[in-house]
Design a protein around this ligand. Structure first.
Ligand code: NAP
Length: 279
């Protein structure tokens, strides 16, 4: 049996084991995906284990997406520009770091929400690891312009600077948020609104009453299925999409990177919904 691991800390709340194992089962592949709780001090040893012959690779998530980078042998151009790795491929002991959050977000936007980002005005909330991948995907796809708003302005500024060669991108200050009224696409890539220990899931990343006039509103949070932001947007008559399609498509992309085979997005989505409904 071959193995794929998730390196996370904590690891318990991830849907990836259910999602990936459903796809391996459907294709009758003898592969097991297992989540490992890896505290930061044990990351290096966990990465070394990925070189074993039986291991196809791994997903990497909070808090290791950046820290894992210097432990790998090579990075794809996308992972290097995004500055984060969520997928490791074991090629006969040689570890390649890749990022499938960016194509995962792009496919969710275009294939699940049927939204063409080319030439559109987009606003992104957040400047963490996931936001970096979303910004890379949107600028690479050819949005007209991208404005990034983040609680810590300097991080938005750093992200805009890092991606400025890909297109028109700038950081927004809180006083400039009215700009989002004209946005055609709004994405929340902060963790605000997520149902998580110690966090209030009824929070929105936006001040009350501030929404685009006509836009698709995406939240990459998927627990709860309708975040406060998505509920407010739907009540205002805007189209909405949560983070489940992105989770599924980044999984499809990682699956292909490990195995060379195409997983069924439908099977993965059903597995994710089933796992969420069981709590
Ligand atoms: P991260 O690197 O820790 O970044 C967190 C972001 O949220 C930062 O921009 C941070 O702002 C902001 N933030 C956190 N608490 C906040 C608050 N109380 N008020 C305002 N802003 C706040 O995390 P990440 O890896 O980017 O993940 C972000 C979210 O995306 C998580 O909920 C994660 O589960 C989700 N995600 C979903 C998918 C998917 O496939 N759907 C994939 C990846 C991630 P500061 O910079 O000011 O701290």
């Amino acid at each position: 049996m071959k193995r794929v691991y998730l390196l996370a800390h904590p690891a318990g709340h991830s849907l990836s084991p259910q999602v990936q194992n459903a796809a391996f089962a459907q294709l009758e592949m003898d592969v097991c995906y297992e989540a490992l709780d890896v505290p930061p001090a044990k990351l290096e040893a966990a990465v070394e284990r990925l070189r074993d012959e039986e291991v196809l690779g791994a997903n990497v998530t909070v808090p290791h997406k950046l820290r894992v980078m210097p432990l790998l042998d090579e990075l794809t151009a996308a992972a290097e520009t995004i500055g984060a790795v969520n997928t490791v491929i074991n090629d006969e002991g040689w570890l390649l770091g890749h990022n499938t959050d960016a194509p995962g977000f792009f496919r969710a936007l275009t294939e699940a929400a049927h939204f063409d980002p080319v030439g559109k005005r987009a606003v992104l909330l957040g400047a963490g690891g996931a936001a970096r991948a979303v910004a890379y995907a949107l600028l690479s796809a050819g949005v007209a312009d991208l404005s990034i708003y983040n609680r810590t302005f300097e991080k938005a500024q750093t992200l805009a600077g890092a991606l400025s060669e890909l297109g028109a991108v700038r950081a927004l200050r809180a006083g400039e948020l009215e700009a989002l009224e004209r946005a055609e696409l709004l994405i929340n890539a902060t963790s605000v609104g997520m149902e998580h220990e110690g966090q209030d899931p009824d929070c929105s990343p936006l001040p009350p009453g501030l929404l685009p006039r006509r836009a698709l509103v995406c939240d990459i949070v998927y627990r709860p299925a309708r975040s406060r932001l998505l509920r407010d947007a739907a009540a205002a008559g805007l189209a909405v999409q949560n983070g489940l399609p992105m989770l599924v498509y980044q999984g499809v992309e990682s699956f292909r990177a490990w195995t060379g085979r195409e997983a069924s997005a439908k099977v993965m989505l059903e597995a994710a919904r089933g796992a969420l409904s069981r709590g």
